[in-house]
Design a protein around this ligand. Structure first.
Ligand code: KG4
Ligand code: ZN
Length: 338
């Protein structure tokens, strides 16, 4: 029996297809990013996203199969992201997956995008992975989960306001840096002084971990505009300390993720931390999380950068576990925004 799963992901602004064997061995995982289509708007435009998925999904399935040197005859199961995400985008992937499953008589499994992100941390490393504390940190999410198995996740806490990635994107916009903000802030930060400004940090709270990024974002805004909330944001070339602001912001954002996460892992008695989602690409976060975890005798595991951001390898990978656990979906399966 084939152990190959074809995974399809279209929940936001990346169309992705992957072929993965037995939950771990990634044979192909092409991603078609829409970043350039949305860049001029400074964020994802749902209508554009849906139409773009529709345009590329079919050729991308073909490309994944060709890259993996297999055909649909070799596939044992179809896995697809069904939630959470932009509804018009999710429906494109779900409809494509249902079509292939129906025509080929293959089982279909519906995958939760967040659970798949958390699973990504385990795909390329050997050894024990559970129980763990999963920090899912992206443009839309900043949340902690206790993971007891690939698909048994329990929410511990989520951000009280903005997601960390959103704060990177907004601060980048204020500094006149290109979207998405995370990579551009990181790049500029390498030339700045991380201690130049003491922006506010989110501190760990016993028994009640929480994240918050709107105060940090507002502090950067006031730093740039002065205390007059109605003053215009200065043009980027009129901000002489841009690199220092980027570096100090990045340091505060990273500290605001690291301290509450490590404290929660200690409090919950969890020996390992999995950090996933687009912001997990951040090099400073990787460095500081590993060091802070090690200080407490914990391990911190990150996926390779290509599997931090949206991809279908994590969908096909987690899909294999769901398939083996008999969690097959019917063709009436629906997409859910939340
Ligand atoms: O997981 P993802 O691709 O999409 C979702 O939001 O689901 O994450 C994208 C987010 C963006 O906000 C982007 O600015 C952020 O991840 N990001 C980073 C870095 N690379 C991407 N943030 C900080 N540092 C990075 N190196
Ligand atoms: Zn995502």
């Amino acid at each position: 029996m084939s152990e190959l799963v074809l995974g399809i992901e279209s929940s936001c602004d990346e169309t992705a297809v992957a072929v993965v064997r037995a939950g771990r061995e990634i044979l192909a995982a092409p991603v078609e990013s829409q970043v350039l289509e949305h860049a001029r708007y400074g964020g994802v435009v749902p209508e554009i996203a849906g139409r773009s998925h529709l345009r590329v999904i079919r050729p991308l399935v073909d490309r994944a199969l060709v890259d993996a040197h297999v055909t649909l005859d070799d596939i044992g199961c179809i896995a697809v992201t069904s939630r959470p995400g932009l509804i018009g985008s999710l429906l494109v992937g779900l409809s494509a997956a249902k079509g292939i499953a129906f025509v080929r008589g293959l089982p279909l499994v519906c995958v939760n995008h967040i659970e798949a992100h958390a699973y990504a941390a385990t795909m390329e490393s050997e050894g024990e992975h559970y129980p763990s504390l999963a920090l899912v940190v992206s443009g839309g999410h900043t949340a902690l989960y206790v993971a007891r198995s690939p698909f048994e996740l329990e929410l511990v806490t989520r951000t009280l306001d903005d997601a960390a990635g959103e704060a990177f994107d907004k601060v980048a916009y204020l500094l006149g840096l290109p979207y998405p903000g995370g990579p551009s802030i990181s790049k500029l930060a390498t030339t700045g002084d991380r201690t130049a400004y003491d922006f506010p940090r989110c501190k760990p709270k016993r028994g009640k971990p929480a994240f918050s990024f709107s105060g940090l974002k507002t502090a950067v805004l006031y730093h740039l505009r002065g205390q007059d909330a109605l003053a215009p944001t200065p043009p980027p070339d009129a901000i002489p300390d841009r690199a220092d602001v980027a570096a100090s912001f990045e340091e505060a954002a990273v500290d605001s993720l690291v301290a509450p996460t490590v404290a929660a892992a200690v409090e919950l008695g969890l020996p390992r931390i999995h950090v996933v989602g687009g912001v997990a690409c951040n090099r400073r976060l990787r460095e500081k999380m590993k060091a802070a975890a090690a200080e407490q005798g914990l391990t911190a595991l990150f996926p390779a950068p290509a599997y931090c951001t949206d991809n279908a390898a994590m969908i096909a990978g987690l899909g294999w576990h769901l398939w083996k656990a008999g969690r097959i979906a019917g063709l009436e399966a629906d997409a859910l925004a939340q």
